[in-house]
Design a protein around this ligand. Structure first.
Ligand code: SAM
Length: 251
């Protein structure tokens, strides 16, 4: 269960509103019941409920069960989608280990706003479900211009491009692993990046001018996801699954 309080062995905490609701009304826990908690920073702890009321649940922390873990430094940059699709995307991409979501408005993005509080709630639930101990950062949406202006040059961008002569994604990623194998022999600059991002377009696809611009950037690798045009959420999740299959945790 995710809580916001700081955690340390033998500490006592009061839960926040969300965790209180969950323990009292969903799980229907009582005083004396055990519960396992994390806060995204301090690892995972075993705890015991000592008291419950409407405002908060008091927990006595016992021992740390797992030290804080980490996920690969992998951003998912995506064009905001309709409510159901974006909820699904945040949930599944959190399960798949994304470290940050970077929503980006492109020319053909139909959705005009995102409810970041709802997306955060989806990410928390998914983290709980999948037992990851970190929460992904969810950034406010920016324009493609803004995203590229602030882009860190050492972060490799895997561009899902439904049109054009892109390599299949697995082959494109494989090139980074073989580049690393050979890097001690010759060119250090070819070593595998440690920071990654996947960029997927909106349901309307990227504009030709956007693809042309992206393809000229030194940190961009365009990739294909097969012969069919996938829905934007399917495309992002396929790319993430293949990324993990080829590169593991990306380091
Ligand atoms: N309307 C667009 C078209 O017909 O060209 C389709 C856009 S697709 C629904 C949404 C996004 O998913 C694309 O911008 C791209 O990033 C990604 N995508 C979908 N299918 C893909 C594929 N086969 N290869 C690479 N990317 C794909």
């Amino acid at each position: 269960l995710y809580v916001t309080a700081d955690l340390h062995a033998n500490g006592v905490i009061a839960t926040d509103e969300r965790a209180t609701h969950y323990l009292r009304n969903v799980l229907r826990r009582q005083a004396g019941d055990p519960v396992v908690i994390f806060n995204g920073r301090d690892g995972e702890f075993e705890a015991e409920i000592t008291a419950l009321d409407k405002r908060a649940v008091q927990l006595r922390l016992a021992r740390q069960k797992r030290a804080q873990d980490s996920v690969p430094d992998l951003w998912l940059c995506f064009a905001p989608l309709k409510k159901d699709a974006v909820d699904f995307l945040i949930e599944k991409a959190t399960e798949l280990g994304v470290s940050a979501f970077r929503p980006v408005f492109t020319q053909h993005t139909a959705a005009t706003r995102l409810n970041l509080d709802r997306l955060t709630a989806n990410a928390i639930e998914a983290a709980e479900q999948t037992e990851r101990l970190t929460l992904p950062d969810i950034h406010p949406p920016v324009s493609l211009d803004q995203l590229l202006q602030d882009w860190p040059a050492d972060r490799q961008m895997i561009l899902c491009a439904e049109a054009g002569p892109a390599l299949p994604i697995a082959d494109a990623l494989q090139r980074f692993t073989s580049a690393q194998d050979k890097s001690h022999l010759s060119d250090e600059k070819r070593s595998k990046p440690s920071r990654w991002a996947i960029l997927c377009g909106p349901e309307g696809g990227f504009a030709r001018s956007e693809l042309d611009r992206l393809n000229k950037l030194p940190f961009v690798t365009p990739v294909g996801l097969g012969p069919r045009i996938l829905r934007a959420d399917t495309a992002a999740l396929s790319a993430l699954a293949i990324f993990q299959a080829v590169l593991g945790d990306g380091n």
